[in-house]
Design a protein around this ligand. Structure first.
Ligand SMILES: Cc1cc2nc3c(=O)[nH]c(=O)nc-3n(C[C@H](O)[C@H](O)[C@H](O)COP(=O)(O)OP(=O)(O)OC[C@H]3O[C@@H](n4cnc5c(N)ncnc54)[C@H](O)[C@@H]3O)c2cc1C
Ligand code: FES
Ligand code: FES
Length: 1371
């Protein structure tokens, strides 16, 4: 929960954080606990935001919980600690979710509330992210603010790369990151304070010369004005509490009278409900304890143990914390290298090695340099600040990044027990099995010696992961070669790999074969063969990607070979240097800082300053979000006697429930009840369109994650513990249908099957010169809103009334389905939404599954009940974007003109219908994208599978529909041997032409967008450069692509195209505005205030939106389909117009008066100052049977150009450039609209290049958190990004000539996918492969590498399908 004291890790859900000073219950099942607890116990003392806290009961809600596994950064706080040995205070950004509360003893914690607030004074770090439009939903914002704040506390004038590094551990799902970086660039040394927005690129905060603002026709690029920013004044920060100047060595004379350190240094014990934390004060004590309790767990950073306890059902009753023992923190320099104590953090390790690399000759620091390279891509800074080198070794993870380096370098480990020390070389005997080492139970790792290298020794390390930043490796390795002096003959070589077995391994056979060999081409060929033989994997190996992982082992060796060859040549030890076109294979990755330009049309000169329409005003909640004061659902204070709910879900994909045993669960302290289907007073049938689901499974489960029941208890920890203790027995059923292919084979489809057909296909194919057939699979996508689903249900005590606070896009649907389940009229249920921490379609219908269950529970216990899902639960139960499979046959002329298309779509809908029919309809309605196809037929099948129901997601099937279109048009271009952009342009629609569903394209702007995008991206020059680059580089290739999009605006279900608003004017002139839309970060409330402000002709500051609720505006459509500004905007406009008309007589009577005067006069004249407004979109309605009528009110258009570079050996890619031109009509607010364009684009980048949901063949979802499921991070934004809002393109069909913008830009990320495909095409040409080839989405490193077929991929062919059970299946 976003309450600070709940966020710090409670140590195995023992409520440790609550029980500091509380004499916790000691479980009789853990004998050592009793024994130890007889000894003393300590009070935990820390400072939070400058205030001393002993009993941690602070209710700070600013810090957010997004994942509880260190992967999102939403919980970032700053921890400050006095280091006596350095006599320095160290400030570090830390993930509160993994920081054990006990590790904070004698620390000062600063949260987002501690640095500034709206009520007092906003801190510059908070102000700048808000004003630069870097906060949309705001759920990530406190964490980002604190990462930046911690950086500035250590380095008030950072470089841009310091900022980028500080954000490696923070995720944002809304903004696309650019505005955050842009805002914080103003703190950097180089960029000055305004980010070079003055004249001639100078800083106008220094020169005083601002760049001219444009007139109505000019484009301007200033979305915020840095000259408004408060300066950063480091002297104003909270001081470190003098009381905490704790010295690790006892010398009472040194201490101030109030110092906590006056207390003698001694072992500390903190006792919780189920476990103990002991912090020994000396190595001797630690070894003694380890001898006494060999099963006790050592914890330093807790970045591994924390995950094991939270997500892997591990429980460690006794923790030993060695973080402050001198011997484990020491750094000693020896003749052979540097000895690091096992508790040295990775940040400190990096700092020390950095110093050495700068100081020593390069040949001596080959290993150090390799470690630094690994560390750069190791987790995020918050993790590196606390994680220890020893923790990484002792976790013994087969995908550790450092162990292969340590192993290849032959590092020495010193182990110690009470009985003495022993030294082991880290070799293939150290790891004895999966997560096992040669340590004896009573031993600890004391230190590691990292050796210097010598002349003639070369070392490299490589890591390949799905995402560059903060990701675990697929394959990682350390490679070490030593040559006989003055030669290129191998004296010794060690190749160590992670990700290729259950432990880190050494390629010992290869080693023995290579010793004595010359470092040349012949040796390379042999080495690849030996490695292929030695580094094998079972086709069913955990982690999958078997062929890719095997290929990587040799591809990475090839990189090492080239690196060494080049170094040998430089030292004249080899006759041959590497070929110039091979050089980029070993070049360091692109680390250039991102640059950007945003272009939009200024408001016309003379527009009233109070008229905020068209101005880039800030999201109205942005500052509150940045200070942590914005209230999200779970920030609502607890009700008296409130209870917490945890879900019990199915572990089987398809089964009858035989029995449910809750005996163990009910025995967990604090448990109040178990809620199951029979507790539902109304109907158990539910579903947003058809009632084909159950609120709680009664007889049968149809997916893993199907909700069977729920535990209600006094605390989240107790509820979750008990939920895990519920035992369900099943009778498994056949068939288990997981993939689209399974569904096709079993003909498992929902009805109806939809078809759109126009023209005569037979004729079209006859008129074609060529016909080709192809397929593409488009993977699903997890919404990954930073705020997971949350509901608080409060029974009102009479007539079955209930009030619900929900994080939902659909208040009306929530109300209706809760009423149905409770068996009460909808009028008795109120659903309220203040804001959401992101929605993206994921909270349109699927949020109702949780809210209904919480309401049923609250009804049963007659008390308030709350639940905020953990990230893994949310990902498991709530479904995501539909995976799609497209199969097409396309006929075309030699010049690339498409004549006929027959396309079939299959979507994986999961175990209920949800919105799948509408989603398939939208896919079909976008099967043409922007291309005019004379003869066309599209058919859509909705597959019923045993997966959790998939649902709405930004684009709602449109992106999948268009992705298939881009696949066939790309194939046509490849098949004709023509440039793809030429074929695309040739087939583009023209104004007045008709779509396959017979809608005429009016006010058609795609041609303008296309031309402008070509222009601003400098496409033709770029293309020439790409071609030249590709000629000069064999192992990296560049690709370029231009992609258009046309997105139909309106709900395809006609009845949803309506909206209401309610506006009250109070007698002081203030206005309370309510409308049917919900705020999820997109800035809808801000836009609605702008609309009301212009209509009422009053400043926006007089208008306030508090929330969305069913008792103010009834029967609202979900906030979805990009149509909310259009629909609600018109409803607000209508309500305001009504009020304005009522006020008109008073304005006429007193023309010189003010707003307040007219309002007062009207009030005394008994005029109704409250009005509602209503709007329905006219002329809508499409009939699939007759292919007639209009499905859409209008279309939004856009075009994007992207250029990428791929590494053909690893499959990594970097997005070098993106230009986007988007037609948003006359923008209501360019800052918000550009925010939507960039945010949607980055979400699309995730969809098409990165995000992969991985399921077992039995429908078990492996990717249940940011650790395994990777959304784009800061480092994934284009190095150069230009966004332009099309000028002079008013749209007469929406409020104030604007256009919808939420969903349409998402598809433009396909430009990155097709640029990648273009680069792969160039790589394949090197191997003589030309013509169309299949590339499924997302274009992950695995898919890119496998598609770049070469001599290495040939050595590692994929296993024969059907001969094995794969670890994961493509659904
Ligand atoms: C978000 C996230 C990202 C990550 N990214 C990466 C990554 O990119 N690469 C990577 O390799 N790892 C990564 N990890 C894994 C983890 O951070 C590292 O393994 C880290 O180094 C563990 O250190 P720690 O101090 O936090 O270990 P802890 O969790 O405190 O302990 C880990 C294990 O080591 C044992 N241990 C610790 N010290 C000693 C000792 N002196 N003697 C004996 N046993 C000891 C503990 O008992 C425990 O079993 C990541 C983890 C998270 C949560
Ligand atoms: S909540 Fe801590 S990193 Fe996500
Ligand atoms: S603003 Fe970053 S997640 Fe919403």
């Amino acid at each position: 929960m976003p309450r600070l004291n709940c966020i710090f890790q409670c140590i195995a859900t023992s409520c440790f954080s609550f029980s500091i000073g509380y004499h916790g219950v000691v479980s009789s099942k853990i004998p050592i606990m009793e024994e130890i607890s007889k000894k003393h116990r300590d009070d935990l003392i820390l400072f939070v935001n400058g205030k001393k806290v002993i009993l941690l009961s602070v209710c700070l809600t600013g810090t957010k919980l997004g994942c509880a596994e260190g992967g999102c950064g939403a919980c970032t706080v700053m921890v400050s600690r006095f280091h006596s040995n350095r006599n320095a205070i160290v400030h570090q950004a830390v993930n509160a979710c993994l920081a054990p509360i006990c590790s904070l003893h004698h620390c000062a914690v600063t949260t987002v509330e501690g640095i500034g607030s709206v009520a007092s004074k906003v801190h510059p770090v908070q102000e700048r992210i808000a004003k630069a439009h870097g906060s949309q939903c705001g759920f990530c914002t406190p964490g980002i603010v604190m990462s930046m704040y911690a950086l500035l506390r250590n380095n008030p004038q950072p470089m841009m790369r310091d900022i980028e590094e500080a954000f490696q551990g923070n995720l944002c799902r809304c903004t696309g990151y650019r505005p955050i970086l842009e805002g914080y660039k103003t703190f950097t040394k180089k960029e000055g304070c305004c980010g070079s927005r003055g004249k001639a690129g100078a800083c106008y905060m220094i020169t005083g010369q601002k760049e001219e603002k444009g007139d109505s026709t000019n484009s301007v690029q200033q979305l915020f004005d840095p000259s408004e920013f408060m300066p950063l004044d480091p002297t104003q920060e909270i001081i470190f509490p003098p009381e905490l100047m704790v010295h690790s060595h006892m010398n009472p004379d040194q201490f101030s009278p109030v110092s906590l350190s006056k207390q003698p240094l001694r072992e500390l014990r903190f006792i919780g409900e189920r476990m103990q934390w002991i912090q020994p004060s000396s190595l001797k004590e630690l070894l003694q304890l380890k001898a006494e309790y060999p099963a006790a767990k050592l914890v330093v950073g807790n970045t591994e143990v924390g995950i094991e306890m939270k997500y892997k059902n591990q429980f460690y009753p006794l923790i030993l914390a060695p973080a402050f023992i001198d011997e484990l923190n020491s750094i000693q320099y020896t003749e052979n290298g540097i000895v690091f104590g096992a508790s040295v953090t990775l940040t400190l390790l990096g700092n020390v090695l950095h110093g050495e690399v700068n100081k020593l000759p390069s040949y001596k620091t080959e290993v150090f340099q390799a470690i630094l390279r690994q560390l750069h891509w190791f987790a995020g800074q918050q993790i590196r600040n606390v994680a220890a080198i020893g923790g990484n070794i002792m976790t013994a993870s087969p995908i550790s990044d450092l162990n292969p380096v340590f192993m290849a370098a032959g590092c020495k480990l010193t182990l110690m027990s009470k009985d003495g020390k022993r030294v082991l070389q880290m070799d293939d005997k150290f790891f004895t099995g999966y997560r096992k080492t040669a340590l004896k139970p009573e031993e600890i790792l004391l230190s590691i010696e990292i050796p210097y290298t010598r002349k003639g020794q070369y070392f490299s390390a490589f890591k390949q992961s799905p995402r560059k930043e903060d990701d675990i490796a697929i394959v990682t390795c350390g490679m070490n070669v030593v040559f006989w002096e003055g030669s290129n003959i191998v004296q010794d070589i060690q190749l160590s790999y992670g990700g290729m077995a259950s432990t880190t391994v050494l390629a010992t056979t290869t080693r023995s074969q290579l010793i004595g060999r010359q470092w040349d081409e012949e040796m390379l060929q042999d080495a690849c063969s030996y490695l292929t033989e030695e580094m094998t994997l079972s086709p069913s190996a955990p982690g999958g990607m078997v062929a890719y992982r095997r290929t990587l082992t040799i591809s990475l060796f090839f990189k090492f070979f080239l690196t060494v060859q080049h170094k040998l040549a430089q030292e004249h030890l080899s006759t041959e240097d590497i070929r110039p076109d091979y050089a980029s294979a070993v070049a360091p990755s692109h680390l250039d800082s991102a640059t950007s330009i945003q272009l939009f049309q200024a408001v016309p000169p003379g527009q009233n300053m109070d008229d905020v329409i068209g101005r880039p005003i800030m999201h109205l909640s942005a500052v509150k979000q940045a200070t942590g004061e914005a209230v999200y659902c779970d920030d609502i204070p607890c009700y008296k006697n409130e209870l917490y709910l945890a879900l019990v879900t199915s572990t089987k994909p398809h089964a009858y429930i035989k029995s449910i045993d809750t005996t163990d669960a009910m025995a967990v302290p604090g448990v109040v009840t178990f809620v199951c289907a029979k507790d539902i007073p109304g109907s158990n049938k539910t579903g947003p369109v058809v009632y084909d689901e159950t609120v709680l499974a009664d007889e049968k489960v149809t997916c893993v994650g199907h909700i069977v029941g729920a535990i209600v208890a006094d605390t989240p920890a107790h509820a979750q513990r008990a939920a895990k203790a519920v035992r369900i027995s099943y009778q498994e059923l056949q068939a288990v249908i997981i993939t689209i292919q399974d569904a096709i084979a079993n003909e498992s489809f929902y009805q109806p099957t939809r078809t759109i057909e126009r023209g005569d296909l037979t004729q079209g194919f006859q008129e074609s010169d060529n016909i080709l057939q192809g397929e593409i699979h488009i993977g699903g996508q997890e919404h990954f809103y930073l705020e997971t689903n949350c509901t608080l249900a409060v029974p009102r005590g009479e007539d079955g009334e209930m009030e619900l606070f929900v994080s939902t896009q659909s208040t009306a649907k929530t109300q209706a389905l809760v009423a149905k389940a409770l068996g009460v009229p909808a009028s008795h249920i109120v659903c309220r939404v203040k804001r959401m921490g992101g929605g993206f379609g994921g909270k349109e219908t699927r949020s109702t599954i949780l809210s209904t269950i919480v309401a049923v529970a609250a009804h049963k216990v007659k008390r308030a009940v709350r639940c905020m899902l953990d990230r893994d639960e949310d990902m498991l139960v709530s479904g995501g974007r539909h995976p799609f499979f497209g199969r097409y046959k396309v006929g075309f002329k030699k010049n690339g003109k498409v004549m006929a298309l027959d396309v079939t779509y299959y979507s994986n809908a999961g175990n209920s219908m949800d919105l799948s029919l509408s989603i398939m309809e939208r896919a079909l309605l976008h099967m043409d994208n922007c291309y005019n196809i004379p003869h066309v037929r599209g058919t859509g099948y909705i597959c019923r599978t045993n997966l959790p129901s998939n649902t709405a997601f930004r684009g709602f099937g449109g992106p999948q529909g268009m992705m298939v279109a881009e696949s066939w048009i790309n194939d046509v271009a490849l098949s004709c041997g023509l440039p793809a952009e030429q074929v695309r342009e040739l087939n583009l629609y023209k104004q007045g032409e008709y779509t396959p569903f017979n809608q005429c394209l009016e006010q058609f702007t795609i041609d303008r967008c296309w031309r402008e995008c070509m222009n601003i991206s400098d496409f033709h020059q770029r293309k020439a450069n790409v071609e030249l680059y590709n000629k000069q580089h064999r192992w990296t290739k560049r690709g370029l692509s231009i992609i258009p999009t046309k997105f139909g605006i309106s709900f395809t279900a006609v009845f949803l195209n309506q909206a209401g608003a309610l506006v009250h004017i109070y007698t002081d002139g203030s206005v309370l505005l309510t409308h049917g839309g919900t705020e999820m970060g997109q800035g809808l409330h801000t836009k609605m205030v702008q609309v009301a402000s212009r209509t009422l002709e009053i400043p926006s500051t007089k208008i306030f939106i508090s929330e969305t609720s069913t008792n103010t505006v009834p029967n609202t459509s979900p906030t979805a389909a990009s149509a909310s500004s259009d629909l609600n905007g018109m409803a607000v406009y209508n309500a305001c117009k009504t009020l304005l008309q009522r006020l008109e007589p008073y304005k006429a009577k007193n023309p010189k008066g003010f707003w307040e005067d007219w309002v007062t006069a009207a009030y005394f004249d008994r005029v109704n100052l409250s009005a509602n407004g209503f709007y329905k979109t006219p002329d809508l309605g499409y009939d699939f049977e007759t292919n007639s009528g209009h499905p859409f009110n209008y279309f939004s258009y856009g075009v994007a150009v992207s250029e990428v570079e791929i590494d053909c050996l690893t499959g990594s890619h970097k997005n070098l450039h993106t230009s986007i031109v988007m037609d948003v009509g006359k923008s209501l607010n360019p800052a918000l609209d550009i925010g939507q364009v960039e945010g949607a684009f980055m979400q699309g980048v995730g969809l098409f290049t990165l995000e992969e949901l991985r399921y077992s063949s039995q429908g078990y979802l492996y990717t249940r958190g940011p650790g395994m499921y990777k959304i784009p991070a800061f480092g994934d934004i284009p190095t150069e990004l230009k966004v332009s809002l099309l000028r002079d393109a008013p749209n007469e069909k929406a409020i104030f000539s604007s256009k919808a913008v939420g969903e349409p830009p998402l598809f433009l990320a396909a430009s990155v996918f097709y640029a990648i495909k273009d680069a792969i095409t160039a790589a394949r040409a090197e191997s003589g492969l030309i013509g169309p080839f299949r590339l499924d989405s997302p274009a992950t490193p695995e898919r890119i590498r496998n598609a770049c077929e070469d001599k290495f991929t040939k050595l590692c062919p994929p296993p024969e399908p059907g001969t094995y059970t794969p670890w994961d299946v493509r659904v």
